[in-house]
Design a protein around this ligand. Structure first.
Ligand code: A2P
Length: 275
């Protein structure tokens, strides 16, 4: 089972969870049931993914007690600004069939709209009301976070960003850590269709550790203290991805994995991504 990381509000988040984009309602119900059976206790969804109903159905079908599961969803752009997040969260809770979520994120800063500060103030109220335990952001750059830190009261518990050994975001990670914000990695395996897992170095190290390239990459995230949400719809790969807590990468191998870094220009720039 995945260890917990303690967030700045005192709540624990399982360090490894299941990513669910782009599974549809039907696929995600099966995936969530398989994941919870395999021992996952953290599921990541979003309004934008269009699969919250399926996630809720999977949770109920699994028979696992809701209180044992960490559920994240993300508020879509249409619910940013003024008090729109109230209706946004209400819709998510209805679709999920839950009376609270563990973590609610602002999905994108949407800088052109300049709504994220007022959205965050609504998040603070929703947290005080108990409809959401922890609040955070996604795809935020340090400049966006600087504004939140200056203009609002609650420091985000997490910032979920695209991050992998190919897209390492070191400056952003450092900024988050310096403010007590946990960094969460989406597309941690490089995303679908990426070549990261075929790197020869991973095959080589795989022999040494008797682990697959995906397991080595996920372990890289764990060693860096990141929360990581690999997506898989395949029960065997889900189990494989959870089976990373019985080994660790030694210093030298961790350092060697830096050759996989594609540099600061790599990765997509928040707003355009499906995530
Ligand atoms: P699948 O759902 O068929 O398992 P990311 O989490 O970085 O977005 O990556 C998701 C992609 O990686 C999906 O295409 C997923 O396919 C694939 N994937 C997930 N786990 C593994 C694994 N252990 N080995 C190889 N590919 C994987």
């Amino acid at each position: 089972l995945s260890p917990l990381i303690t967030l700045n509000d005192g709540h624990g988040i399982p360090q490894l969870g299941l990513g669910t984009w782009p599974l549809d309602d039907e696929q995600v119900t099966a995936a969530v049931v398989h994941a919870l059976e395999a021992g996952y206790r953290h599921i990541d969804t979003a309004v934008k993914y269009g699969n919250e109903e399926g996630v809720g159905n999977g949770i109920r079908a699994s028979g696992v007690n809701r209180s044992k599961i960490f559920v994240t969803t993300k508020l879509d752009g249409e619910f940013q600004g003024q008090d729109r997040a109230v209706a946004g969260l209400e819709g998510s809770l209805t679709r999920l069939g839950l009376d609270y979520v563990d973590l609610l994120l602002i999905h994108w800063p949407l800088p052109g709209r300049d709504d994220f500060v007022s959205t965050w103030k609504t998040f603070e109220r929703l947290q005080a009301q108990g409809k959401v335990r922890s609040i955070g952001v996604s795809n935020f750059k340090p400049a966006h976070l600087e504004r939140l830190l200056a203009e609002t009261d609650v420091v985000p518990a997490v910032n979920q960003i695209q991050l992998s050994p190919a897209i390492t975001r070191e400056a952003e990670r450092e900024f988050n850590a310096g403010h007590g914000i946990v960094t969460e990695s989406y597309s941690p395996l490089g995303g679908s269709g990426a070549s990261l897992l075929t790197a020869p170095l991973l095959a080589q190290l795989g022999e040494k550790y008797d682990k697959t390239p995906a397991q080595l990459v996920l372990r890289w995230h764990i060693e860096k203290g990141l929360v990581v949400i690999p997506k898989s719809g395949n029960p065997e790969r889900m189990r494989e991805n959870l089976d990373i807590f019985d080994f660790s990468l030694d210093r030298q191998d961790l350092a060697e994995l830096a050759i996989l870094d594609e540099g600061p220009g790599a990765g997509n720039d928040s707003d355009a991504t499906g995530h």
